[in-house]
Design a protein around this ligand. Sequence first.
Ligand code: CA
Ligand code: CA
Ligand code: CA
Length: 344
Amino acid sequence: MSRITSFARIAALVSIVATGDALHAQFLSPFATQVVNYSPGTGGGVFVAANALGAPSGGGLGNGSTNVATLGVGGSLTLGFDLTIANGPGVDFTVCENPFVFAGESFSEVAYVEVSTDGVAFARLPSRYTGPNTGLPSFTAPFGTYGGLCGAMPVSANPATNTLDPLEPAWAGGDGFDLADLAHDPLVTSGVVNLGAIHFVRIVDVPHGVGTDAAGNVIWDNSGVTGTADIDAVCVIQHTGTVVAGQPVIDLFLDAQGYLNLSVEDPDGAGDLDGNSIHCSFNGAPIGFRTLARRLVPNVTPTAHGYVLRSNTPVAGSGQHGVVTVSARDLAGHFSADQLSFGG
Ligand SMILES: [Ca+2]
Ligand SMILES: [Ca+2]
Ligand SMILES: [Ca+2]
């Protein structure tokens, strides 16, 4: 190789590196890549920590994966990533456990989810349980029973058997987590946990009938005394390479009056949304955008950037429950998704 060619190659390499995180990130795994700590508890399951690395091995709505790392009673699993998870619009990462649907409900074994910048201080995503306070009456739990916990949403994506994109949770499945829910956590406000630079996710067993949600309610699930959550994968949806000014903003939320709202917007205008890319699911099952809108959020208000849809009546306190997930791309391929679990 001549000296000039060699310099040219080095210059090209330097240029690629200097292009920064966005390009570099395209070549990094969007899944957990390291088992940082595995402290399995007792009970039954598959105690292979490496099963939580890489892509999910979803079994579809009716089947749970066995390619999992079981937490065990009192156990926890800390995973590391090549990418830096960052707070973008909506869901930033999903945790894939192995729930399955039975008679319209989910067999749910739930766990707390925590995030860390330094691997030492972990902030726990606020959890919500709306089931009975004395235990669940059946083998399964209604969709919408849990929020801010993994282990409720079935997983369909499985690159070994189908072409569903694991990073597109409306169809892929998995429990979605939005780092914005931690904005008021003391570890975040003090700067110890940086929502723009999350390097670790820790998943912690909920002690059966003892562990509480963020409001102090005792959490019950379908695990029984010796069962616990089984972790299949963690999928990074928003990271330092995807969080950009012009990306679409999907937002599912209950407003102050308890109405369900869905906004589908793009900072570049409604015309920048790729209409064909809007994917929706209800209780894990794909549903058309128009059907979802008609059934749940029929009141449509155009905005400068897209649409805001709202339910006819309040859903909070109405007895309605379920989990809605919506995702979309813009014409540049930028992505956003959101998921809302509601009930009670
Ligand atoms: Ca977010
Ligand atoms: Ca399970
Ligand atoms: Ca855009």
